[in-house]
Design a protein around this ligand. Sequence first.
Ligand SMILES: NC(=O)c1ccc[n+]([C@@H]2O[C@H](COP(=O)([O-])OP(=O)(O)OC[C@H]3O[C@@H](n4cnc5c(N)ncnc54)[C@H](OP(=O)(O)O)[C@@H]3O)[C@@H](O)[C@H]2O)c1
Length: 424
Amino acid sequence: MGDAVASVTTGARTIDADFALIGHQESWRTAADVLAVLRGPERTPLPDEEIKDILPWIPPRAVCHVDVGSIIRTKSGAARARGLYIDSFIPPDRLEAAYVHENIARVRGAAACAIKAGAKIVSLGGFSSILIEGNFDQLPERHHTVFTTGNTLTVAFIVQGIQKMCALEGRNLSRSTLLIVGATGDVGSGCARCLAPIVKRVLLSARKVERLRRLAAELQDDGVQVEVATDLQQFSTEADVVICAASLASPSLLLGRIAPDAIVCDAGYPKNLSPTAEMLDAKVFFGGLGQITGGMKFTPDFHGVLNRHPFPDVVHGCLLEGMALALEHRFEAFSQGRGFITQERVDEIGTIAARHGIYLAPLYNADGPLEDGLDARWNGREDESMGERPSRTVGRIERRTSGHRRSSHVRADLMGGLSAPYFI
Ligand SMILES: NC(=O)c1ccc[n+]([C@@H]2O[C@H](COP(=O)([O-])OP(=O)(O)OC[C@H]3O[C@@H](n4cnc5c(N)ncnc54)[C@H](OP(=O)(O)O)[C@@H]3O)[C@@H](O)[C@H]2O)c1
């Protein structure tokens, strides 16, 4: 990709990029760490309450460059793509419907940054795609920039994760009852279409019954046994495989009646499952995540801050989709709209990603890795494209002691402190 990697012209405040990733932080902790990097090590760290006060005032903006390497070699070395991570700075406690207009404006602002940077493709991470769904006309005028929700690659990694976890646990998927929470969503319905044909029975759950019935009818036409319920307690049977893909503003889901040793994939961002959910024997893993084996570099260095996983170069599938398409030079809106994800499209994006060394990430959950992640793909391969080989552990994120300046000063200081050359 060497030649296709565009130049940075900070003087003119434009940055040509192959791709842009639009995201937001899922907790105050991660938001605080992002701000700490942005402000630089020389600045006094902000106390938590001041971070909560000032974050809503920060406009969407590009926070770092992202360089991603492929395993495909060209004459000039590994194929690469160059992009930007743009944070919409949606406050983590404002994902509810009450803030929808404010949040759409933030995603719109982030989209404007991506367009201004000349990004050829933009991935809409987390709630960005949910907010902009049905509001694509509200995005700024764009001529050479396409948007993808990234949900097709997310579905690919959720499905692969379920299959891998079943294999690790010696379960036979064809004898399983699969429950999908958030089944009528873009991610949930994509998972349903891919997995329903290979399980014994499917339980679909969401709040709106009409949409559940429509999806159930579609699956039943293909001979699948389906039950729908808006209340998880209403299903006639226990699930032994569960996918949580509901668009919850915070981790609040209690699954209730599932098999005690059920395999549970939490694919939500923010996570779906409540930390108080008691699932002692359940095999829970975080789903929809992929790993870039061709290397990834953030400038400034946000490793372990933007991607906080126990394995290196792990990224959410929605963001990886834009990167994979950029490496492939396929600048198209691969995933758009709700409910159009099919097995064929999932296979197609999975193949594109794998061609560039983007695979299902090693499985893990809140307690840590569920496998060692020492994958054969790493063996004997030095990461020439990006310099050093990625380390196996995520660097410790330092939490520095609180400063005591007043919020108004800090706000002004913060705005000034974000004018590093990488910002547009
Ligand atoms: N892991 C990843 O890489 C990745 C990538 C993309 C998205 N995601 C996450 O996946 C989740 C779903 O995304 P999406 O794009 O599919 O969203 P979506 O299209 O808006 O669908 C959301 C689904 O959740 C249901 N839902 C919403 N609130 C609910 C509640 N309180 N209880 C039960 N069901 C509820 C919705 O149906 P009703 O409205 O009828 O309830 C719908 O079925 C989000 O958390 C998103 O951030 C993760």
